[in-house]
Design a protein around this ligand. Structure first.
Ligand SMILES: [Cu+2]
Length: 150
């Protein structure tokens, strides 16, 4: 292979790599949410682009154990009553605080304690506004927000 052809081939692969890298970034909704020992999420509004994979990471920046200050991220379907759901979730300690056989949840993370993090990937639901909460007993009152698909 002569030098010219080698350079062309090299250029081709470099551009391919750059293009791939770029498009991957643009095709993913990368979301990072933090939570703490004070029963709070760092945000009450998450906006994602329709049709693009969501990579959501939940971080617990506190030190308290999951048994006393556990947090998760639960994305609810539309028209789900948060208080009603939250009260039933509180009884489901043996199921990550998700009511067994519930069809009200789009997606949820596992329950984590201080110093831990967890990630999930999912395709967003159809365009609209949804509620997200932490379903640890009593937390939904403070730990909730809007998940907007646009
Ligand atoms: Cu919580």
């Amino acid at each position: 292979m002569d030098v010219m052809r080698f350079k062309l081939v090299l250029l081709f692969f470099i551009s391919l790599f750059m293009f791939t890298d770029c498009s991957v970034e643009n095709d993913v909704n990368k979301i990072v949410i933090t939570s703490d020992d004070y029963m709070k999420f760092n945000t009450s509004k998450i906006t994602v682009k329709s049709g693009k994979l969501v990579k959501l990471t939940l971080i617990h920046t506190g030190v308290l154990d999951a048994k006393v200050m556990g947090h998760n991220f639960v994305l609810l379907k539309r028209n789900v009553d948060i208080m009603d759901f939250g009260n039933r979730a509180a009884l489901a300690s043996n199921n990550e605080y998700i009511p067994i056989d519930s069809d009200e949840v789009i997606v949820y993370t596992k329950m984590i304690g201080g110093g831990e993090s967890t990630s999930i990937e999912f395709l967003p639901p159809e365009i609209g506004v949804y509620d997200f909460i932490c379903s640890f007993p009593g937390h939904y009152a403070m730990m909730k927000g809007k998940f907007i698909v646009e």
